[in-house]
Write a protein that binds this ligand. Structure first.
Ligand SMILES: Cc1cc2nc3c(=O)[nH]c(=O)nc-3n(C[C@H](O)[C@H](O)[C@H](O)COP(=O)(O)O)c2cc1C
Length: 240
């Protein structure tokens, strides 16, 4: 029995311990079809996910996941946010299936011919059977406070506040203008961290995905000329 994606927001966690049992073929089909049908942030950018075996991936931790998702995308403006947006829906979906999952920025594909023509490899997501329980309540999250992520603390931003991010960096910041909310990526200190800069763009898409999952009918995203904010990159404007 599947749970609505929004119900997974306060319960999901990054799972790094797997039983090693392979996910069944019919579940893999369900996952691939969810990936293909998830809502994009930028519909004009083509994205593709391939299920790859552990042996096709080089990563630095001895995780037991037998298979992973390798995520590919066309390289167009906004593609990293788009990948974050689509595959955070997948992360919530995997956990609603009772599987564990974890974004894996530190993994690389071995050169084993899993390329997708016209697209570049972006990132991996580990998934599989686990004995790790979901989170019981919000006190189990280590996150910034509502005051730290927005000009005005706003309960509607809770799904974004709880979102996962690379090294738990939580690079998002929100400002209000009437019923519009401007979305920014905190860039302070990023000059020294090129890798984190790329990951942080994915993180912004992830936070937006959680806002979308919580407000699937009313969520709107557009890019206009958002007001400039020091040490921040304007990413777009949403209404919820
Ligand atoms: C884009 C991205 C890349 C990540 N890469 C890794 C990784 O390489 N290794 C890892 O152990 N965790 C990775 N994580 C998981 C984060 O460390 C985790 O989301 C964060 O610490 C918050 O914990 P939670 O997801 O359990 O709420 C990544 C997360 C994101 C969003």
């Amino acid at each position: 029995m599947m749970t609505p994606l929004a119900d997974m927001i306060p319960r999901r966690r990054s799972v790094r311990k797997y039983t090693g049992e392979a996910v069944s073929g019919s579940d893999l089909e369900t996952i691939q079809s969810f990936c293909a049908n998830a809502t994009p942030l930028f519909p004009e950018i083509q994205v593709q996910a391939k299920i790859v075996q552990k042996e096709q991936v080089r990563f630095y931790l001895p995780w037991k996941t037998p298979q992973l998702l390798a995520i590919f995308s066309e390289n167009k403006p906004g593609f990293l946010e788009n990948v974050g947006f689509i595959f955070q829906q997948v992360d919530l979906f995997l956990q609603s299936m009772g599987l564990g999952s974890c974004w894996l920025g530190l993994g690389k594909l071995r050169d084993v011919g899993v390329d997708v023509e016209g697209m570049e490899f972006v990132i991996l997501m580990a998934f599989g059977h686990t004995n790790e329980p979901l989170r019981g309540d919000i006190s189990q999250f280590q996150r910034k406070s509502p005051q730290e992520i927005a000009d005005i603390p706003d309960r509607r931003l809770e799904p974004a506040r709880l979102a996962p991010s690379s090294t738990n960096s939580q690079p998002w910041y929100f400002t209000h203008e009437g019923d519009k909310i401007h979305v920014y990526q905190n860039e302070a200190g990023l000059l020294r961290h090129k890798m984190l800069g790329k990951m942080n763009q994915i993180d912004i898409g992830i936070a937006l995905a959680q806002l979308y999952a919580a407000n699937p009918n009313s969520f709107r995203f557009q890019q206009t000329d958002g007001p400039a904010l020091k040490n921040h990159r304007y990413c777009g404007t949403i209404t919820l």
